[in-house]
Design a protein around this ligand. Structure first.
Ligand code: AMP
Length: 192
């Protein structure tokens, strides 16, 4: 089992790189952002409950996120491992993930921290707003999402740094070049 977390600020390229990683290593993609957007588009109770929080750029409460992850993990019976994308976003979520994986005799192998300067993040997100029509990619919400990231999510990097699991990756350059950097780290954790 190869469990990988892709970490980074909004707009760092987590979704793009996750897709390449799951293809290459046969991992199961667990993106809490994608799951929530899907719930909203299907107008489920969870979607109705979280829509306005997401549109304001705030984080969805930990207990809601943890239930989603627990449910998704328990539904998967066969996989090479999980690719966590956009989760954990708080230290509480990271602790919950650790407890959950320990119960299942698993652990997080590596956390890829995509490092991208703030100006580049903003311009990528504004471009994405045009291309993908995401309701949370507007200037006001983007700023709120950065605040949430700085205050609540950055400590998650420290949590994994202390466990020697954090790997810093330069997130600037072409998609292929960034992927090569990630591959060279993730490849080391593969067990035949
Ligand atoms: P993302 O696509 O990962 O940027 O997520 C979009 C939005 O969904 C975030 O701005 C949050 O409002 C919400 N969200 C996604 N993942 C989480 C999480 N792990 N914890 C709290 N909120 C989340």
């Amino acid at each position: 089992m190869l469990n990988v977390i892709i970490f980074g600020a909004p707009g760092a390229g987590k979704g793009t790189q996750s897709k390449l990683l799951i293809e290459k290593y046969g991992l199961t993609h667990l993106s809490t952002g994608d799951i929530l957007r899907n719930e909203i588009s299907e107008n489920t109770e969870l979607g109705q409950h979280t829509k306005s929080i997401i549109e304001q750029g705030k984080l969805v409460p930990d207990d809601v996120i943890c239930k989603i992850i627990e449910k998704k993990i328990s539904e998967i019976t066969e996989t090479n491992g999980f690719m966590f994308d956009g989760f954990p976003r708080t230290v509480n979520q990271a602790k919950m993930l650790e407890d959950l994986l320990t119960k299942m005799n698993m652990s997080v192998a590596v956390v890829i921290n995509l490092d991208v300067p703030r100006e580049e993040l903003v311009s990528r997100m504004l471009l994405r707003a045009k291309n993908e029509d995401r309701p949370d990619d507007n200037v006001e919400t983007i700023n709120k999402r950065f605040d949430e990231y700085e205050n609540k999510t950055v400590p998650v990097a420290d949590f994994y740094r202390l466990q020697n699991k954090l790997s810093e990756i330069n997130g600037l350059g072409s998609i292929e070049d960034i992927f090569k950097r990630i591959e060279s780290v993730v490849g080391k954790y593969l067990i035949d």
